[in-house]
Write a new protein. Structure first.
Length: 141
């Protein structure tokens, strides 16, 4: 019997905790990338009259997609902590739109993984944000 692939396990797991509260779900993946999405919720607005989506759901989606991309690349399920996450906002996310984050893991060392991510709200050619993040593997080598 073949051992279970950690990334296939991740894709088939129902969302839990914070991801479940935000409604984050898997869209697609490749050898070193993952795309996740987060449906709009009125609770994401900074205030009902502004129409501006707060940064919290965007950052959470980026963090989740980047972590999934690391598991896609390494095919290992191990504890990790976000070491650094930088987000460059290009424009405000549109209310009522599902957010998509596609992250790629472009380098893995013994203790740190490096990712890049693009976020859009329906049109990948018109991104909401770009991000770069690094993650520290917290288990003993």
């Amino acid at each position: 019997m073949e051992p279970e692939d950690p990334f296939e396990r991740l894709k088939s797991m129902p969302p839990r905790g914070h991801h479940a509260l935000l409604g984050i779900y898997h869209i697609a993946a490749g050898a070193d990338w993952a795309e996740l999405a987060c449906p709009f919720s009125a609770g994401f607005l900074m205030d009902a009259g502004s129409g501006l989506v707060s940064s919290g759901p965007v950052i959470s989606l980026i963090d989740a997609a980047a972590g999934a991309a690391i598991i896609a690349r390494t095919r290992r399920w191990e504890p990790m902590a976000t070491l650094d996450l930088r987000v460059d906002y290009l424009r405000a996310a549109r209310p009522e739109c599902t957010l998509h984050a596609r992250a790629t893991c472009h380098r893995v060392t013994r203790r740190v993984a490096f990712t890049r991510c693009e976020v859009h709200d329906g049109d990948p050619a018109n991104p909401v944000a770009f991000a770069a993040a690094s993650f520290f593997f917290t288990s003993e080598p």
